[in-house]
Ligand binder design. Structure first.
Ligand SMILES: [Zn+2]
Length: 59
């Protein structure tokens, strides 16, 4: 997952499915600052927030 720390072409504002609060996702893998749920998107879907997937919480 070498792309995880790369910046998205356009940041997404997504609503966290864990805590219901919105946050701005700026890299291909980023986490909710409220509950630390990690989200990821693949580069081929980087323009569509619908393809952002929850990857589980950080420890
Ligand atoms: Zn959250």
């Amino acid at each position: 997952m070498g792309f995880a720390g790369h910046y998205l072409p356009v940041p997404f504002t997504i609503v966290c499915r864990e805590c219901g609060q919105s946050f701005e996702m700026v890299t291909f893998e980023d986490h909710c600052p409220h509950c630390r749920m990690v989200y990821g998107v693949t580069p081929c879907h980087a323009f569509d927030p619908a393809n952002v997937m929850a990857a589980g919480r950080e420890e």
